[in-house]
Design a protein around this ligand. Structure first.
Ligand SMILES: C=C1C[C@]23C[C@@]1(O)CC[C@H]2[C@@]12CC[C@H](O)[C@@](C)(C(=O)O1)[C@H]2[C@@H]3C(=O)O
Ligand SMILES: O=C(O)CCC(=O)C(=O)O
Ligand SMILES: [Fe+2]
Length: 329
């Protein structure tokens, strides 16, 4: 993969070869686990293939999503935004961030899915069963990956997986729809070169994110120092993104990767990303388990609950490096 670094005011381009790890989950478990740990340490990002999520589950979710985003604006707005959940258009979060996208952000418990489905769809039971099925299967995949990760670093898998399987797990599901932007000069979103931003630079606050998209590119990950690596959009793969909580739970060994999505300016198709954010129950204390603390590396972060971390997150802008606030001196 070719990467360009840009430095202003003079544009210097260094070309480098970066290989984003693509891990075949059908491989030997010990090998898969080694590759996953290396990817989490090196990038905080990797792709998985042969993940076992049936194609028809992804396809049906994609079809339902496009059916929703194709509706007239007034109809989509009827879904309302019980901030931060519901339908949003060009606004992200509660602190004034903007982007060239529209989205639907849902909580993953059955009541919330049923409630939103009634507002969204003429056949709510179809929408609601499609979302529930998708979330159930992708949550299962997230647990499988977390379990393999845990084994790879020598902790019991349940230490990580129960956080997502708990009845009160605070996981989210987000559909991002990036329309084709033709007039880039009128875009109010922050410009990067000539390309407006679809979804601005950030890290995901939760434990683990699983993202799939419809083959239209846009996602980029940061290597730091202004270097952005475009991620090929492969509808057969899931992108796995290490979140802030996993960085804390591994005492900084795994990196919560900063990423962004560029606006969709060159494609003839709209871009759709479907994103599952695996989060723990709100009252969970987030800290590094003693087995992972090395004698020569004291804890980097003070313990906090997920509820505390979320309120800090929502009080700040998208691009904030919010873990800094929880660092020990
Ligand atoms: C500006 C914001 C939107 C966000 C909450 C925040 O205050 C900062 C983090 C943002 C983010 C990024 C990952 C997910 O898309 C998200 C749902 C999350 O948990 O944190 C969003 C939040 C949002 O859009 O509500
Ligand atoms: O749409 C994408 O590719 C990125 C979306 C994202 O980072 C998010 O929803 O948190
Ligand atoms: Fe994200």
């Amino acid at each position: 993969m070719v990467v360009a670094t840009q430095m202003s005011p003079i544009r210097v381009e260094k070309i480098r070869e970066i290989k984003i790890p693509t891990i075949d989950l059908s491989g030997k478990e010990s090998q898969v686990s080694k590759l996953i740990v290396e990817a989490c340490e090196g990038y905080g990002f990797f792709k998985v293939i042969n993940h076992g999520v049936p194609h028809h589950i992804i396809q049906t979710m994609e079809d339902e999503s496009f059916d929703f985003f194709r509706k007239p604006l007034s109809e989509k707005q009827r879904v309302g935004l019980t901030k931060p959940f519901g339908y949003g258009n060009k606004n992200i979060g509660l602190s004034g961030d903007t982007g060239e996208l529209e989205y639907l952000l849902l909580q993953t418990n059955q009541n919330a899915i049923d409630h939103t489905s009634k507002l969204i769809s003429n056949s709510p039971s179809k929408f609601s069963s499609t979302v529930s099925r998708y979330v159930e299967v992708v949550r299962g995949l997230a647990c499988e990956i977390l379990g393999v990760m845990a084994k790879g670093i020598g902790v019991p898998p349940s230490l990580f997986t129960t956080l997502l399987t708990d009845h009160d797990s605070d996981s989210l599901f987000r559909l991002n729809h990036y329309p084709i932007v033709t007039d880039t000069s009128s875009s109010s979103s922050f410009h990067h070169g000539n390309t407006p931003i679809g979804f601005g630079e950030h890290s995901d606050p939760q434990i683990l994110t699983l993202l799939t998209s419809n083959g239209v590119p846009g996602l980029q990950i940061s290597l730091g120092n202004g270097v952005w690596v475009p991620v090929n959009s492969d509808p057969e793969a899931f992108c796995v993104i290490v979140g802030d909580l996993l960085q804390v739970m591994t005492n900084g060994r795994f990196k919560s990767v900063r990423h962004r999505a560029m606006a969709n300016t060159s494609s003839r198709e709209c871009r759709l990303s479907m994103v599952f954010f695996g989060g723990p129950p709100p009252q969970t204390t987030i800290t590094c388990p003693p087995q992972l603390l090395k004698l020569n590396k004291p804890p980097l972060y003070k313990p906090f609950t997920w509820a505390e971390y979320k309120s800090h997150t929502y009080a700040h802008r998208l691009g904030e490096t919010r873990l800094d606030h929880f660092k020990l001196p």
